[in-house]
Design a protein around this ligand. Structure first.
Ligand code: SME
Length: 196
């Protein structure tokens, strides 16, 4: 079995998962295969990851109009295939509050008001927010103490806000412009496929 981490960081095998994420130097590395809770750091690079991921999500939501089901499968694929991610999921707008929806990762806060935290701010502004260092974001809500960077994409159907896609990483500045485009594409796929 290969050593976890990249050739730069090579974390010891017995470190806790939260402490053994790869260093920033392995940012470009891409996970090519599914991972279990113990082997995910060992997955290898695939330059076609983003295209493959978009194709997989497009295919899993195709013909399925249920919004929650589509969020659930998208969250599973994002978490399974994106490297250096410790939480991927959705908050769904219920009235004026974002309520925890389908996700993969550690237990998270259930309700976030519009304007609160990264999720509520992205929802209120109706724009993607990429946070390179969550400790520098005033009002950031820490669901997993391991999280260092985050991206939140609003789910919009026209002017109507349906919720947000939220992805966290234990690596500072994990999310690039390419990741932003990828996440926005995923958000669009989920919204467009779903009828609610
Ligand atoms: N960090 C988010 C809260 C949700 S968790 O990251 C899953 C925020 O500040 O809105």
């Amino acid at each position: 079995m290969p050593s976890p981490g990249c050739s730069t960081c090579k974390p010891p095998a017995r470190r806790s998962p939260a402490a053994s994420f790869c260093c920033r130097g392995c940012g470009p590395e891409r996970v090519a295969a599914s991972r279990s809770s113990t082997d995910w750091r060992e997955a290898r690079v695939s330059p076609d990851l983003d295209d493959d991921l978009v194709d997989a999500i497009r295919s899993v939501v195709a013909g399925e109009p249920d919004f929650v089901a589509n969020c659930a499968n998208a969250a599973a694929l994002l978490f399974e295939r994106l490297p250096q991610v410790n939480w991927a999921g959705f908050y769904i707008l219920r009235g004026e509050v974002l309520v925890l929806g389908p996700f993969q990762g550690r237990v998270a806060c259930v309700r976030i008001s519009l304007g609160q935290g990264v999720c509520g701010t992205a929802a209120a502004r109706r724009e993607t927010i990429v946070v390179p260092d969550v400790h520098q974001f005033p009002g950031h809500i820490a669901c997993d103490a391991a999280s260092r960077s985050e991206i939140v994409v609003p789910l919009l159907r026209g002017d109507r806000l349906l919720g947000v896609l939220d992805i966290d990483s234990p690596v500072t500045a994990r999310f690039s412009d390419a990741d932003r485009l990828l996440c926005e594409q995923v958000a669009r796929l989920v919204v467009d496929a779903s009828s609610d």
